[in-house]
Design a protein around this ligand. Structure first.
Ligand code: MF3
Ligand code: CO
Length: 237
């Protein structure tokens, strides 16, 4: 999982087509003996089976970006997000990065804010803590960086399927919600949009964009809650 995302990031450059990234991801998933959780996925928030193995969300697209015939340009802000299962167990992870060399400072700041919020959320996922503690930790980082938080889409339980209870909003009240027990697998995923918390759905029926057309960022890891604290399952070791 982690190796696939970092290899895809390394191979992506100005001139790369989003459809190529999907093809690369499909063959990496196959070679790893894993199965895509996306290709047949037909949730209520999308139109029909997703049909691809990875979400490629560019610039104002933030979540569920359906790969299409688009050639990346220097300075595009790209999010790659995918989930796959190995031996029946799912992991789900996302990274955002700027393609090429000309990166606007605001873009790096957005990316770093979601990464910082992700680490804060993970740190809050101690055994005996509650979902609200994770949400609060994430929301505090996002809000102190002056981003408005959308609570429609967030983290989630993971297991033999990609999306399970509990839902983990990216903002919340400490001490509230489901108690975290050792053995629980969670995907934690802060995401932000510059100057809005409102999403619009693209005509493809999947891709979610910022309502003001400004840039976005998203970072996600799957973790296990253990007796001795959270363990990140989707990080290069
Ligand atoms: N991996 C996404 C999430 O982080 C879900 C993508 S669903 C898809 O929860 F259908 F768009 F692939
Ligand atoms: Co997820």
């Amino acid at each position: 999982m982690a190796k696939t995302l970092s290899d895809l990031r390394d191979r992506t450059e100005p001139g790369t087509n989003l459809l190529e990234i999907n093809d690369w991801a499909a063959s990496m998933i196959r070679i790893a003996g894993a199965r895509s959780c996306y290709v047949d996925y037909t949730p209520s928030f999308g139109r029909g089976p997703f049909g691809k193995v990875i979400c490629t969300s560019v610039n104002e697209a933030v979540l569920h970006g359906l790969p299409h015939d688009y050639v990346l340009m220097d300075g595009d802000l790209l999010t790659l997000d995918f989930a796959a299962s190995v031996n029946g167990w799912v992991t789900d992870s996302a990274i955002s990065f700027v393609v090429g060399d000309s990166s606007a400072p605001g873009d790096q700041h957005m990316i770093e804010t979601t990464e910082k919020a992700l680490l804060a959320g993970i740190h809050a996922a101690q055994p005996g803590a509650r979902i609200g503690d994770i949400s609060h930790a994430i929301g505090s980082v996002l809000e102190s960086a002056r981003f408005r938080v959308n609570s429609e889409f967030g983290g989630h339980g993971v297991g033999s399927t990609m999306h399970q209870d509990p839902h983990i909003p990216n903002i919340g009240t400490p001490g509230r919600g489901y108690v975290l027990r050792p053995g629980l697998l969670l995907a934690i995923e802060p995401w932000i949009m510059d100057g809005t918390s409102k999403l619009v759905t693209a005509p493809d029926g999947w891709t979610l964009r910022s309502s003001n057309g400004r840039r976005t960022a998203h970072s996600e890891h799957t973790i296990a809650v253990t007796e001795s604290g959270p363990v990140i399952l989707t990080q290069l070791v």
